[in-house]
Design a protein around this ligand. Structure first.
Ligand SMILES: *Cc1c(COP(=O)(O)O)cnc(C)c1O
Length: 368
């Protein structure tokens, strides 16, 4: 029997072991650990990769979203529209600023925010819309930008799951809205050997403010312009990310090939496969998420056959204890999805043989 991990991070990172070890050695030799040359180099490479002007690296993806909101002066008394079906960090970033998240149901086909439901949620307090390119698939940004322009709102990308995804074969995530937040959590398509994140934007004023905010609100040592944060990427992680970034397109390509193989060959009638709403390169397959009614049974069958799966996400944000003020609200589509979604292994290091085996087992499952 095979043993297929949900995500083999060790194998993913081992491919870069030599280069990473020598980069870490260099940091030792330099004796400079934060906000140095390595960080600057990575920020340059990543903004270039995204096709945007500025990249400000930060401590993690959650901070990246919060820093963008703070950078735009959003806080207490304001409302921010976000998808109801997302990782909790999107909501937490809004709550941390003192603003109130306003949840919008997803489109069942794409799992992304339902663009047709945004406008009815906008009030005079609304300041921004955070879009999440969930599971790696880019949102319909043109329609969202249109709504935002009409109501004078900022659009912020939560691109934590979509490094490198294209919109209309033209622009990449990070270059689609007023600012974008990325996470380099180890399991993301571009992952560090620890925590990391970045803000990417074409707005020079915002970039300067965030670069200041992430470093105690200080532009000049011991001179503090804002009540800032400590949220920095360190030199070692910046070096690791710079090395792994060179391989990101190839890694995403491999994910696309596997997803295509899955979509063409999984033929179990009890499983609903994910679809790509735009061009193939608009989805970088951070996760391969199917829908299945008897999920527990499906997951145990796969596990009994040596295949680990996961659920993103089992409890909607509005049903979490942390958000008890929303517990009696209903978002039926998010609630339904949370019961049916199941993530199947996909990664740049999953072999052909392994993906064939996954398909074989998925097709063998009987809806019992
Ligand atoms: C991972 C993730 C985040 C948070 O990133 P961290 O680096 O873990 O703080 C935010 N939003 C989404 C959609 C994510 O998947």
């Amino acid at each position: 029997m095979k043993n297929i991990k949900f995500l083999d991070l060790q194998k993913i990172n081992h491919r870069f072991r030599k280069e990473i070890d020598s980069a870490i050695s260099e940091v030792h030799n330099n004796g400079w650990y934060l906000l140095g040359q390595r960080t600057e180099l990575f920020e340059k490479s990543f903004s270039k990769y995204c096709g945007a002007k500025y990249c400000i690296s930060v401590g993690n993806g959650l901070d990246a979203i919060e820093l963008i909101l703070k950078g735009f002066g959003i806080g207490f008394g304001d409302e921010v529209v976000i998808p109801a079906h997302t990782f909790i960090a999107t909501a937490l970033a809004v709550s941390s600023t003192g603003a109130r998240p306003v949840f919008v149901e997803p489109d069942e086909k794409t799992f992304n925010i339902d663009v047709n439901l945004i406008e009815e949620c906008i009030t005079e307090k609304t300041k921004a819309i955070i879009v999440v390119h969930l599971y790696g698939q880019v949102v319909d940004i043109d329609s969202i930008t249109k709504i935002a322009k009409k109501h004078n709102l900022k659009v912020i990308e939560d691109a934590a799951q979509a490094h490198g995804s294209f919109y209309k074969n033209d622009k990449r995530t990070g270059n689609l809205a007023d600012a974008a937040a990325f996470s380099f959590y180890p399991g993301k398509n571009l992952g560090a050997l620890g925590d990391g994140g970045a803000v990417v934007t074409n707005n020079s004023e915002l970039s300067i403010k965030i670069a200041t905010l992430r470093n105690y609100g200080s532009e000049q040592k011991y001179n503090h312009k804002y009540k800032g944060f400590n949220s920095r990427l360190d030199e070692i992680q910046a070096a690791v990310l710079d090395i792994k970034l060179r391989n990101l397109d190839a890694d995403n390509k491999r994910r696309m090939i596997i997803s295509k193989y899955y979509r063409n060959n999984m033929i179990n009638p009890h499983i609903l496969l994910p679809e790509v709403s735009g061009l193939e390169n608009s989805h970088t397959w951070h996760l391969f998420v199917v829908r299945v009614k008897k999920r527990e049974n499906f997951q145990s069958f796969l596990l009994a056959n040596g295949i680990a799966t996961s659920v993103h996400y089992p409890i909607p944000i509005h049903k979490q204890k942390a958000y008890k003020e929303f517990n009696n609200h209903t978002y039926p589509i998010s609630e339904k999805l949370s019961k049916e979604v199941c993530s199947i292994p996909i990664s740049p290091v999953l072999t052909d043989e392994e993906s064939e085996y996954v398909v074989k087992i998925v097709n063998k499952w009987e809806n019992s």
